[in-house]
Design a protein around this ligand. Structure first.
Ligand SMILES: [Zn+2]
Length: 293
């Protein structure tokens, strides 16, 4: 995996959608950005607010989603937007948003990927920083039921093992070498999923006032999606891989390494990114990342 040129989009592109929690209409506008800029959000409804870099230093902990904040400006539900940008290797992009929450679209990153591809992707005169994992690092959930391992590899590969035990969603495992091509064809269209029995709780949290079972995958007791059809038999594990791509994008660089995620979610994925970043240049402990040649 050699170093590559940084990339941005050729022209601005706009998308509209509905936010899942706030039920608000939201406009997302993707703008080209210069080399070295990175990925960032800016709240256009908060005049004068600073851009929010989409890196782990600006990530704030949320249950089952990923938010970034800079001062009073917060953007929620960033994970599928970041997955689309990182998956397509769009390194420099300013995402303007006129509210606090990214739209849910169909629960996947498909419409974002289509819009970005339509905008055109161009190389820039600067090489992208790549971090290589040079020794294994693992993070484990407090209850010990989930973990994520990063280990050295020549490519960027993620293995996800989904296992909810007995229930409507069977065990699924998938390994993907993440490239713009594999992301666009194998992961981008995989949708968020929930269990029918979780819906009442989510609704009590304000989730989905304008959302129906056709807008994401809701699994009933019989293991079939309610009012919907699967895009792949293993669509759930593909969505977990999509989430990993978005969460690992918080490193703010390409990464060369093999990740093995077992039952992990956004929180644990962020913990791994923190553990990796925290060890860079730390003389007490051999670095787990180095800039690849
Ligand atoms: Zn997701």
């Amino acid at each position: 995996m050699g170093s590559r040129a940084e990339r941005t989009i050729e022209q601005a592109v706009e998308l509209q959608g509905v936010a899942l929690f706030s039920a608000a209409d939201v406009v997302l506008r993707f703008l080209p950005a210069p080399p070295g800029h990175g990925r960032a959000f800016r709240r256009t409804d908060l005049p004068g607010s600073e851009a929010i870099p989409a890196t782990i230093a600006y990530a704030v902990d949320r249950h089952r989603r990923t938010a970034v904040a800079n001062g009073d400006a917060v953007v929620e539900m960033t994970e599928h937007v970041l997955a689309a940008l990182a998956g397509l290797e769009i390194d420099n992009c300013l995402v303007e948003i006129d509210g606090p929450e990214c739209p849910g679209f169909d629960g996947s990153a498909r419409s974002i990927v289509e819009a970005l591809e339509q905008a055109g992707i161009v190389k820039q005169p600067q090489s992208r920083t790549t971090f290589a994992v040079v020794e294994p690092v693992v993070v484990t959930s407090p209850d010990g039921t989930a973990d994520v391992l990063a280990e050295p590899s020549d490519v960027f590969e993620i293995v996800y093992e989904l296992d909810y035990g007995p229930g409507p969603i069977p065990r699924q495992s998938l390994s993907v070498e993440v490239t713009p091509e594999s992301f666009a064809t194998s992961l981008a269209a995989a949708r968020t999923f929930v269990l029918e029995q979780e819906i009442a709780f989510l609704r009590s949290q304000g989730y989905g006032a304008r959302t129906t079972a056709a807008d994401l995958l809701v699994f009933g007791e019989d293991g079939r999606p309610v009012d919907n059809e699967l895009r792949w038999r293993d669509e759930c594990v593909r969505h977990k891989l999509l989430d990993c791509v978005g969460d690992f994008a918080l490193l703010g660089a390409d990464v060369q390494g093999r990740f093995v995620a077992r039952r992990s979610g956004h929180q644990l994925n962020r913990d791994l990114v923190r553990a990796m970043v925290g060890r860079v240049g730390n003389s007490h402990c051999r670095g787990v990342l180095r800039e690849a040649a």
